[in-house]
Design a protein around this ligand. Sequence first.
Ligand code: FAD
Length: 514
Amino acid sequence: AKHLRLILGDQLNAMHSWFKQIDDDVIYVIAELHQEASYTKHHIKKITSFFAAMADFAQMLESKGHRVCYLTLDESIQYQDLPHLIKSLVTHYQCESFTFQRPDEYRLWSQLGNLPAQDGLTVYEADTEHFLLPFDQLPQHFQVATHVRMENFYRFMRKEFSILMEGSKPVGGAWNFDSNNRQTFKKADLKVIPKPLIFTNPAEAYLQRIKHHKIKTIGYESTNVDYPINRQQSLQLLDYFCQYQLPNFGNFQDAMTVASPYAWSLYHSRLSFSLNCKMLNPMEVIQSALTAYQASEGKITISQIEGFIRQILGWREYVRGMYWMNMPNYAQQNALSANRDLPTFFWNADTKMQCLKSAISQSLEHAYAHHIQRLMITGNFALLAGIDPNQVDDWYLGIYIDAIEWVELPNTRSMALFADGGWIATKPYAASGNYVNKMSDYCKNCRYNVKEKLGEDACPLNSLYWNFIDQNYEQLASNHRMSFPIRNWDKLDPSQKIEIREKASTLLENLDNL
Ligand code: FAD
């Protein structure tokens, strides 16, 4: 072969122009790599899912007649890292060129962008042909270390791609139906929550290799890969979503419950793994959802479809822009100087707080939690408790099936922790137990009392919330969107303030025992 082309684990895009032609001069390399399996402590299901999807992709390419070099951990372990592997393959196959698709992670982009020169070898970077907004257009929409309003970007994207538009006006007369999307589950709703679609893909071979090579992992293992591992399964999951979940997606987007066997998935699509590995293209997901909406004769309302499209056309593309404009500095941000250690219960769900217990135990089991659990349960707790953003980032980057830094980091540092001081959110998403009680039934099943602030049984979120306002008073007081809680804090008697501070400080000293 004359040309070596690299396909990373999150570049499984069968529709890429690379694969339009069969060319015996091209060899594709797909490799299980120690460096990728261990740059953070991943959920074991995340690694088995990635490896299974990579192996399936390699087989698919081979069956179409492409030349593929697939390396398992057993074979790739002899190379110190990715650059060493490439060097060796280039020599072995006597290649004159090496091409990689632009990685979505800064870490890999720097590594591949700085490959040591090799005699007679030309290195090229290709596009992944995945995202809707071309990479070179990011600077037109995002500025370094500057607040960029998602809503403005989203409206631009709606117009640019003519999605849910009637001429220059948004379908339904508004750009955003978020205020309709805050329902909680009533008894009757709980009975009809759809069962999540689970695939049966064998994982034993990957589990064995992960153990044999002593890769450190978190979460509960399984001999099955539940997630789609190829395009066909991904399309099945997309269809399933459009048929059974989209009709209620917006309604229950922010709701949480313990009272259903499917509480962990609800009306969420679980398409993030397929999307982030590029087995699905964002536009085909949007178009499928739109087709279902149009064919539904009113059964799927505008607030369901708009809510879903905003996540993919808006948020997903937006966080990618914020990530690339702000890396590598993004990963250093800690605007609120948070420095406490992540409590041990994040790794074993051993806490009496029902909200955290539910969100963390399902994450350990399924490598999945939905957005509001990530943002308003684990994220809000880490924000209020002042946990070091590096540790929080590590946890999110490891535990979720869909966690890849370009999308994990902006969501964690900015949305959950406000560690950027306001590039994405205009105020911290800080909430007391009241919010959790409003959006879920967690508090009903909790040992703590959500109505109390100070007693032994008081919900820890309450004093931690006011303590957070107090501790960050100066920074927050200048933010007009925080004026309501600031005024409420100001109104408290000095003695009440002291009690809250004391309660919070006891909790903060004993986080592991909550
Ligand atoms: P749905 O609720 O069905 O939404 C549909 C799709 O919209 C998702 O698949 C996803 O592609 C996209 N989407 C929705 N919200 C966001 C968002 N805020 N940012 C980017 N895309 C979005 N998402 C990841 O893909 N990887 C991560 O590592 C990740 N880490 C997160 C960490 C924190 C602290 C928070 C608050 C959010 C994080 N998210 C991450 C965003 C979001 O929670 C997940 O995309 C979503 O829960 C995935 O489940 P789903 O496919 O069922 O999503």
